[in-house]
Write a protein that binds this ligand. Structure first.
Ligand SMILES: Cc1ncc(C[n+]2csc(CCOP(=O)(O)OP(=O)(O)O)c2C)c(N)n1
Ligand SMILES: [Mg+2]
Length: 280
């Protein structure tokens, strides 16, 4: 990956965080922690890797993305708006009573491939999309992003077994391994570790990366695409609330609304980081 692209995607991730935070502030609620941990993953996918058709968002040949951790709608809707699926101003209606942009991702929004919010279902649906594509001799990829707490759900492992058995090599998953779930650490609530060995046991190619590093995300996706005969799970080690000191690794910021001071600190830190990256 050349340095220019690397920097563009890293800056983009921070701009995504800033606009997602602004969207949450306007709405008066929204999930910060899990939105911020996947900003780099979405930056690389939507601004570099995915085949997208803005003129026809439902293009049968498009790449699909299932955000199985559907509570992270603030970051998803922000990315879709920044990518051009709908006007950025529309984010101002997020979580308002008559808006199509609700607190969990919904299929009727342009660019959303699956309604989600009830955790644990996305990998099954993504697998179905991948199997359908293969049956129609189409070459699109289907991505699925799951939370690390989410993979405590049993249905995930049924889909994992099926994908491995059927060698669905156009299915690329991410586990957002931010180490926290709704009200505590994974290791205190119900540890899913070792995540890599579990997916390997179901026949997956597994790649472990720093999930807040755009180059590592890009390399992992490129190598997943090059591999034939196995689905790939990218276990992305991330920081929940990444990029803002008062949000990072704080269970409270799974879904709580920041104070006025915390918003001030957050915007200031994000602006500083954006300026630093843009100077590079
Ligand atoms: C089936 C189901 N059970 C419970 C919830 C409530 N819930 C919403 S988010 C969440 C925690 C998810 O943790 P994780 O997957 O680690 O998400 P992240 O850290 O990325 O926010 C829970 C339990 C839900 N949405 N769906
Ligand atoms: Mg988590």
């Amino acid at each position: 990956m050349d340095n220019k692209l690397k920097n563009e995607l890293a800056v983009r991730a921070y701009k995504i965080r800033r606009l997602a935070l602004n969207t949450i502030e306007t709405a008066g609620s929204g999930h910060i922690g899990g939105s911020f941990s996947i900003a780099e993953i979405l930056s690389v996918l939507y601004f570099c890797e995915m085949r997208i058709n803005l003129k026809n968002p439902e293009d049968p040949n498009r790449d699909r993305l299932v955000l199985s951790k559907g509570h992270c709608s603030p970051v998803m809707y922000t990315v879709l708006a920044m990518r051009g699926f709908f006007p950025v101003e529309h984010l101002g209606t997020f979580r308002k009573i008559d808006s199509d942009l609700s607190g969990h991702v919904e299929r009727h929004v342009p660019g959303v491939d699956m309604s989600a919010g009830s955790l644990g279902q996305g990998l099954s649906v993504a697998l179905g999309m991948a199997m359908y594509g293969r049956s129609k001799h189409q070459d699109y990829y289907t991505y699925c992003i799951m939370g690390d707490g989410e993979i405590e759900e049993g249905q995930v492992w049924e889909a994992a077994m099926c994908a491995g058995f059927y060698k669905e090599d156009h299915l690329i998953g991410f586990v957002d391994n931010n180490k926290l779930q709704l009200d505590g650490a994974l290791t205190d609530v119900m540890s899913p570790y070792p995540i890599d060995e579990k997916f390997k046991a179901f026949g997956w190619n597994v790649i472990m990366i720093d999930g807040n590093d755009v180059e590592q995300i890009y390399d992992a996706v490129e190598s997943a695409k090059a591999l034939k005969g196995k689905p790939t799970m990218i276990v992305a080690e991330t920081v929940k609330g990444k990029g803002v000191s008062v949000f990072e690794n704080q269970v409270r910021f799974h879904g709580s609304y920041p104070t006025a001071d915390e918003f001030k600190t957050a915007y200031s830190e994000l602006d500083t980081r954006i300026a630093e990256l843009e100077e590079k």
